[in-house]
Design a protein around this ligand. Structure first.
Ligand SMILES: Nc1ncnc2c1ncn2[C@@H]1O[C@H](COP(=O)(O)OP(=O)(O)OP(=O)(O)O)[C@@H](O)[C@H]1O
Ligand SMILES: [Mg+2]
Length: 278
């Protein structure tokens, strides 16, 4: 272990520390361990970005273990979170594509737990808004992005933002790898903590798992079925869910181009498929 991690080892009395496999899309470091300080199995998540750390820490505190992994402790100076280890921790992506309908139902159950009530107005100052994220659509310009898709996403985002319903603290990235099996039920990890209407939350699940969704014979049909499932389960208009899904796919493509670490092609293909629905 590096010195950096020794700090956490001492602070939280960690043993049996093992690095988790690192995804190509993250700069964060994750370790599983046993904490004798808290007497339980834990995950240590260390962030190079203070902003990302603060958003996740605040979101985890807000959810307080309901529908989302429990935050046990955190260190603001070194940007470390100590989380309960979810067991067995199987990712919901393992259900795709064989048990697609079950996976969608489990995702709906997690979303119901996370969002039993809208966010109190007194909390608004503590979190970013989806408006802040979506602003990028209005300024983005790059040869890799189709101006037609971008223009459509700008217009739809504006329309959807102007007609938002009750505001919730959204997870903001609730895809299959951020939903883990927890004993006999399912739970979220890795919340971004962003304020927006509930219809926004379904987009991440609908356009994933990357890349397997686009390797199927019928990705559009899968996305439409998911939107229908969520529409029925939450009483939210299916078209509104699909419009948010499209806008977010374009935003994901912009982020990929901007971050320069991931190809935007997957998100652009998803956006093109959804675009044909409007
Ligand atoms: N509390 C936890 N219990 C069990 N496993 C976990 C926990 N937190 C994270 N993991 C495992 O580590 C993986 C990555 O965690 P997480 O999503 O928090 O990291 P990240 O840096 O945000 O990565 P990514 O960008 O891939 O989402 C998860 O998909 C999961 O398999
Ligand atoms: Mg994640």
């Amino acid at each position: 272990m590096k010195n950096f991690d020794n700090y956490f080892t001492k602070k939280w009395q960690l043993q049996k520390i093992k690095p988790l496999p690192k995804s190509p899309f993250t700069h964060n470091l994750l370790f599983s361990a046993l904490s004798s300080r808290y007497n339980c199995a834990v995950i240590l998540k260390i962030f190079p970005s203070r902003k990302d750390f603060l958003h996740e820490q605040r979101a985890l505190e807000y959810f307080n273990g309901i529908g989302c992994a429990q935050l046990i402790d955190y260190d603001t100076e070194k940007c470390g979170l100590l989380l309960e280890e979810i067991k067995p921790g199987t990712q919901l992506s393992t259900f795709f594509p064989r048990e697609e309908d079950k996976a969608t139902e489990y995702a709906a159950q997690v979303i119901k737990k996370l969002h039993s009530k809208p966010l109190a107005a007194s909390q608004f100052k503590n979190f970013p808004k989806i408006n802040n994220w979506l602003n990028l659509l209005n300024t983005f310009k790059d040869d890799k992005m189709s101006p037609i898709l971008l223009q459509k996403a700008q217009t739809l985002a504006q329309k959807l933002l102007n007609s938002q319903g009750d505001l919730y603290l959204l997870h903001g990235d609730l895809h299959h790898e951020n939903i883990l099996k927890h004993n006999d039920s399912w739970i979220a990890i890795d919340p971004k903590g962003v304020i927006g209407e509930l219809a926004y939350e379904f987009g991440a699940f609908i356009r994933n798992p990357i890349p397997a969704l686009l390797e199927q014979r019928n990705p559009l049909e899968i996305m439409l079925n998911r939107a229908l499932h969520f529409s029925t389960a939450f009483g939210i208009n299916k078209q509104q869910i699909l419009e948010w899904s499209f806008v977010q796919a374009v935003l994901a493509a912009c982020w990929a181009i901007q971050g320069n670490s991931q190809s935007p092609d997957y998100w652009i293909k998803i956006a093109q498929m959804l675009n044909n629905q409007f």
